[in-house]
Design a protein. Structure first.
Lengths: 239, 201, 273
């Protein structure tokens, strides 16, 4: 069960100056661009953390303005840099957050948690009772992924989730993420082009509050736009 | 005399307990309010700050002629002490909640917690060490300030201190001062332990 | 030239009168009397350093014996019972042994008065201190710190009259006891017979039927060496002998407590008359 996402004529203060975009259910899209280009703001429009000054956001063709945001957020997964795990709760309680909000019974929660934790290679028996502060950065982010995915969200919103981790761990997590093969519609913000091309099928390039390119991942480096050239060069991709 | 010392110690603890209790009931919600409404919050904090600067004896004195809450006796002492206990509690609640990692708060909202759930399940538990510290400070200060209650007929350990000063009798002064110091020390130790238990992550 | 200047300065210093330190206890009557003493000394050409509202009897007395204070007004009963702890002694002789002069009596007796509200007195009824036995179970006493501690205070009274009160006394700043009685926070206080507020607040003093309280004749106490600080001092103080009777003192107290006038101004007017 996945959702379609549409941004129509979006303006947000001086950060976004006219964004229109449609993502079909089940697609995985990367938002790339330089810092301050508007990619995170665009992401946060989708679950209503940011409100547009102009324009509409539609999820499954229903405008956000007419949607219960709390219910929508419980149907989506959100992964951020730094993981945002609740430090005063165990790993298990963190992962169980959304299922509990949705009113699942504990048995169902336990089995879903077991499943997702084994998929991120952090079995519940070993890690369930631990607190976030006793985990490494990479482990914390894995738990963050598990927490976002445990309730089978229809959308997965990721805001530079691997940004604060060292390159080796980052690579591992990118692989893990890919192997998770979620049905959800995925929107993944990153400034790392290589990462974008690894985790997503489609790359949308933001610059100065506007979308300047929107192509399948493989086609991205082939474009002649100067900004694309810069990105490619910086990522040292073979052209 | 021992029986009397015990009696006034009991009075003293009662005054502080009631005052800090009420200050908690008023102060924590007020602190939460200040985090939600920054402008009103700033004004509120400034007012409470100003109250703190009033010398304690003066505050007790100001309250005497006020109808309902004033007069001469324990009630006036309790009201004055409530006012003094507000600042540490309100401020520490405010700072504690604001000090919650914004990433954690952001995650909470994004996962679909309502504002109420965010407050009770995330913000307050994480702000607890700070809040308990505020309660501890209010209690320790309160035990000291409560000695002034005796000046307005409020009872408490100050009774012995004032009597000792009037009679130039060190023994009487100590009869009041030592138990007060002991109470403050015990309160500090106990509440520090509680504070430490509250720190999670 | 330098030697001349030094000599001049030395002479100036010698002829400079050192200030006489005048103190008072911390209740209205004591402050008024302190001001009267201070002004009398000033009109005799002495410089005066005022230390009014100093605290109670014992603070003033310790200051006198240590030399921090040169003079204040004390009461005979207080001196005998509380300070000297010799109720039958000759107060002047006993003070002389301490290097202090028990000076001229001012002319009034300010004894302790056990005071209740007028409607309680009419209702129960209460006329004398012995009558308090009728209400010892319900009445809430309230006193200043001294009365509760002094042997010639509350405990002595309870023993002399064979009374036992169910409620222990509330203690507070002496000045607040009248207010506490008037606003029903307490039912019995220990006031002074010359207090200005007794009538104006609808209160009444109970008769001391067993004559428990001694006389408290007000007298000026001063250090034997006071004339060394200012040569006319003791003469000026002696001239105040017998200048204030009970009624006059009560009037002065009312000027301050009832009409809220400044004690110093009231003292000034009193001397002028």
């Amino acid at each position: 069960m996945s959702s379609s996402i549409e941004l129509r004529g979006i303006e947000v203060d001086s950060i976004l100056r006219g964004i229109s975009l449609r993502i079909e259910a089940g697609e995985s899209v990367a938002f790339v661009g330089r810092s301050g280009a508007g990619k995170t703001t665009s992401l946060r429009l989708i679950n209503g953390l940011v409100k547009p000054t102009r324009g509409d956001v539609l999820i499954d063709d229903v405008p956000l303005a007419r949607t219960d945001l709390v219910a929508l957020r419980r149907r989506s997964g959100y992964i951020i840099q730094g993981s945002g795990l609740f430090p005063h709760r165990t790993v298990y309680d963190n992962v169980a957050t959304v299922p509990r909000l949705l009113g699942w019974d504990e048995a169902k929660i336990k089995s879903a948690a077991n499943e997702v934790m084994s998929r991120i290679a952090m079995p519940l028996e070993r890690f369930g009772a631990r607190y976030p502060r006793s985990l490494s950065g990479g482990e914390q982010q894995r738990v963050g992924i598990a927490r976002a995915m445990v309730a089978n969200p229809s959308m997965l919103l990721c805001d530079e989730p691997f940004g604060a981790l060292d390159p080796i761990v980052r690579r591992e997590l990118q692989e893990t993420f890919r192997e998770l093969r979620s049905d959800a519609t995925i929107v993944f913000v990153t400034h790392d082009l290589v990462e974008a091309m690894r985790v997503a099928q489609r790359v949308v390039l933001f610059d100065d509050g506007r979308i300047v390119s929107d192509t399948p991942s493989a086609d991205f480096p082939k474009q002649q736009l100067p900004l694309v050239r810069q990105f490619v060069a910086a990522a040292s991709l073979p052209s | 005399m021992t029986a009397e010392i015990l009696r006034v110690t009991g009075e003293h603890m009662l005054i502080v307990a009631i005052a800090v209790g009420v200050a908690i009931v008023i102060g924590i919600p007020l602190g939460i309010y200040c985090t939600r409404n920054p402008r009103a919050g700033r004004v509120a904090l400034r007012v409470i700050d100003a109250i703190q600067t009033i010398p304690s004896l003066a505050l007790f004195g100001f309250l005497i002629p006020v109808p309902f809450i004033g007069g001469i006796g324990m009630r006036t002492a309790i009201v004055a002490l409530i006012l003094y206990s507000l600042l540490p509690i309100v401020r520490n609640t405010f700072v504690g909640i604001r000090g919650v990692d914004p990433v954690v708060r952001d995650a909470g909202v994004a996962l679909g917690l309502t504002t109420r759930q965010l407050l009770f399940d995330v913000e307050l538990p994480l702000a607890m060490p700070s809040i308990v510290a505020g309660i501890r400070i209010a209690t320790v200060i309160g035990i000291g300030v409560a000695t002034i209650a005796a000046a307005v007929g409020g009872g408490g350990l100050g009774t012995f201190i004032f009597r000792g000063v009037a009679m130039v009798d060190t023994r009487l002064i100590l009869a009041g001062a030592l138990p007060a110091a002991a109470l403050a020390l015990i309160a500090d130790v106990v509440l520090s332990a509680v504070e430490r238990k509250m720190i999670k992550g | 030239m330098k030697r001349f200047l030094a000599l001049a300065l030395l002479l100036a210093a010698c002829s400079q009168k050192k200030p006489i330190v005048v103190g008072s206890k911390n209740f209205t009557e004591s402050v008024i009397l302190g001001e009267i003493v201070a002004r009398k000394l000033e009109s005799a050409g002495c410089t005066v350093d005022r230390r009014m509202n100093m605290g109670g009897t014992f603070v003033c007395d310790s200051a006198m014996t240590s030399g921090a204070l040169d003079t204040y007004v004390e009461y005979s009963g207080t001196a005998l019972e509380a300070i000297l702890k010799q109720p039958k002694a000759d107060v002047a002789a006993a003070y002389a042994k301490r290097g202090l002069h028990w000076g001229p009596p001012l002319g009034f007796n300010n004894t302790f008065a056990m005071i209740v509200r007028r409607d309680d007195a009419q209702r129960i009824p209460l006329q004398s201190i012995s009558d308090l036995a009728k209400v010892a179970a319900q009445f809430r006493p309230g006193f200043g710190y001294e009365f509760v501690e002094r042997p010639d205070g509350w405990n002595g009274l309870l023993a002399a009259y064979g009374l036992t009160f169910a409620t222990p006394p509330k203690t507070m700043d002496l000045g607040l006891t009248y207010k506490a009685l008037a606003s029903n926070e307490v039912d019995l206080i220990a006031g002074n017979s010359t207090d200005g507020l007794i009538e104006s607040l609808g209160l009444i003093a109970l008769a001391d039927d067993r004559h428990y309280f001694p006389r408290y004749d007000a007298a000026i106490v001063y250090r034997d060496d006071i004339d060394r600080k200012c040569s006319g001092a003791s003469k000026a103080l002696e001239s105040l002998r017998g200048t204030l009777d009970d009624a006059a003192m009560r009037r002065l107290n009312f000027e301050v407590d009832g009409k809220k006038r400044d004690a110093a101004v009231v003292a000034h007017d009193a001397l002028g008359r």
